[in-house]
Design a binder for this molecule. Structure first.
Ligand SMILES: NC(=O)c1ccc[n+]([C@@H]2O[C@H](COP(=O)([O-])OP(=O)(O)OC[C@H]3O[C@@H](n4cnc5c(N)ncnc54)[C@H](O)[C@@H]3O)[C@@H](O)[C@H]2O)c1
Length: 271
């Protein structure tokens, strides 16, 4: 095959990948303005409109968007569904389709002409350039153990992710890991905001509290309390959550704390 890899969709993720890749990696993009912008720095010979060229690529990375839908209740799957159908007739059975877009396992194509892998992206949009060079890990989900080698080799070839741990997981495990990370980050955002709000009511400085909180890497920022099991218990967690709700509910937004208490109570009741 002529090219090592093709990147389909040159938005935040796809263009960051194309930037670090060598001349043997090309991009395919439907938006003419984005194509023009990327051609400017990547070279016109590396940016394509037609999907036909994926037949010449060993690896085909899918980086199209999965934004919020109009009602904000789910992903809008139109780009990802569209790209699978557009790519289908052009795929070489010897290639690997590597889905980088964030989708649930049930939204991956079945009966595709070549094997389908996933390679979730963990970068933050605001620091994409730095994060793509230094990601926390490179995760590849495969239908059978031992298929991730070509993807890890591509990352080695771009010479920027060598220090990152490389994990080959099942496809559902890899995808759920991606969602788990974002659910965790989303929870942290509200947690920090809630702490700041209640802290102010007691004359404390939320930023200082959170700065000190993050220094504890034994219990706070660690694997502690992150093993699935039963509801919380012991003498401290349930009573101190209750005291936080009793002390601040109605004066600050402690809905996160109340949801945590309710979820633990329901889990304990289910046994
Ligand atoms: N942006 C981030 O920080 C980030 C981080 C982690 C994961 N992700 C995930 O990665 C995926 C891509 O995100 P993004 O922010 O780069 O999206 P984006 O919206 O910036 O870019 C998507 C690009 O795909 C192009 N496209 C759509 N359909 C196409 C097709 N059929 N053929 C070729 N190009 C097509 C669009 O024109 C657009 O340029 C999403 O699933 C997102 O959730 C994004």
């Amino acid at each position: 095959m002529k090219f090592k890899a093709g990147i389909v969709g040159l938005g935040a993720i796809g263009s960051a990948m194309l930037r670090v890749a060598g001349q043997d990696t090309i991009g395919i993009e439907v938006n003419p303005e984005t194509r023009e912008r990327c051609s400017w720095w990547a070279g016109e010979h590396r940016v394509f409109e037609s999907h036909e060229v994926v037949g010449e690529c060993e690896l085909v990375f899918v980086c199209v968007g999965t934004p919020h839908n109009e009602t904000g209740t789910d992903h809008d799957l139109s780009q990802i569904r569209g790209v699978f159908e557009t790519l289908r007739p052009h795929m070489n059975p010897a290639s690997l389709l590597v889905v980088r877009s964030t989708v649930l396992p049930e939204h991956l194509p079945t009966d595709f002409p070549c094997p389908v892998l996933v390679n979730p992206e963990f970068l933050r949009e605001a620091t994409a350039a730095a994060d793509i060079i230094d990601p926390p890990f490179v995760v590849v989900g495969t239908p059978r153990t031992g298929m991730a080698g070509p993807v890890f080799d591509w990352y080695d070839s771009v010479k920027v992710m060598r220090s990152a741990p490389k994990l080959e997981l099942s496809i559902p495990n890899a995808i759920l890991l991606k969602f788990t990370c974002n659910w965790w980050h989303a929870t942290k955002v509200e947690f920090a905001n809630m702490v700041a709000e209640v802290a102010a009511l007691s004359g404390a400085d939320g930023r200082k509290v959170m700065e000190a909180f993050a220094l504890d890497q034994k219990l706070n920022l660690s694997r502690a309390y992150l093993t699935p099991g039963g509801a919380y218990g012991g003498r401290c967690l349930p009573k101190d959550v209750s005291a936080g709700i009793a002390g601040y509910d109605g004066k600050a937004d402690v809905s996160l704390l109340k949801a945590v208490q309710a979820a633990n109570d329901r889990r304990r009741a289910r046994g």
